[in-house]
Design a protein around this ligand. Sequence first.
Ligand SMILES: NC(=O)c1ccc[n+]([C@@H]2O[C@H](COP(=O)([O-])OP(=O)(O)OC[C@H]3O[C@@H](n4cnc5c(N)ncnc54)[C@H](OP(=O)(O)O)[C@@H]3O)[C@@H](O)[C@H]2O)c1
Length: 285
Amino acid sequence: MSNTNKEVSVLGLGAMGVVIARLFLDQGYKVTLWNRTADKADALVARGAVLARSAAEALRASRMAVMCVYDYRAADAIFAMDGRLLAQLTTGSPKDAREAEAWAHRHGAAYLEGAIQAAPDQMGRPDTPLLVSGAQAVFAEAEPLLKVLAGGIVYLGEKASAAAAMDLATLSSIYGTMLGFLHGARIAEHEGFDVAEYGRIVAGIMPTFAGFLQHEGAVIQSGDFAITQSPMRISVEATQRILQTAQEAGINTEFPAFAAGLFQRADAAGLGGEELAALIKLLRK
Ligand SMILES: NC(=O)c1ccc[n+]([C@@H]2O[C@H](COP(=O)([O-])OP(=O)(O)OC[C@H]3O[C@@H](n4cnc5c(N)ncnc54)[C@H](OP(=O)(O)O)[C@@H]3O)[C@@H](O)[C@H]2O)c1
């Protein structure tokens, strides 16, 4: 089952797929390519990759294939995979991943679900994060090859859906932060601040904030919401002040209204005297 002859097929040559193929070429792999729009392979073919005439031909060419296309609808282009190992790096939902694994198994292929947590120009580094899940033996076979793409692999166990679920949980965290950041940028520009300076200040507090998030995750897991770091009532007040500031400034109020509304409901439910993370009790309802 090992991939000792260093060969791999790459299906999908968008912004991410091109980088994936290039990283394998850099490491001396025999790389077979397929992309719906064939001419995106030209520069890689010039560097020694082989362009297959169809997705099926690309899949037959190597024991292992990495797929990275726009979404799972695009991924349906795959077929005829007997005896192959597919590493699916296309972003999807846990249900998408479960269905793709069942589909691959019906077609005689081993399956791994992967979630790239980096931009194309961050790929191929020793610390590039990649979440992976699927059968342990399949992961053991694919790990050396996936390490070419990302040194920071986190294996999340046998359930194929795990990588997709953890990816979306992480993205939820990022988009929540991003929305708050953008509202903060409106405060900054309304007050006449240099928004780039605001970005630098936010970047400066991120390591501390990351430690705080880790703490709140541990609190939720423990089920003990006694105050250890940040009382909920502080956030009830702070989000009210952000909302008030938006109203006074006449800027968009959607984000603070949403955040302040949640914290007020938590307070009304009697959670104000607990650790901030107790808000999850409201979200569980
Ligand atoms: N870029 C990032 O920063 C990043 C980071 C983490 C994860 N990802 C994930 O990586 C995956 C690919 O992202 P990307 O940035 O490479 O996207 P992209 O640049 O938009 O490329 C999309 C790829 O999907 C193919 N495709 C789209 N619809 C198709 C269809 N109906 N049939 C066959 N192929 C189709 C495109 O083929 P054509 O060339 O023919 O259009 C192209 O190869 C996504 O799931 C994304 O969420 C991306």
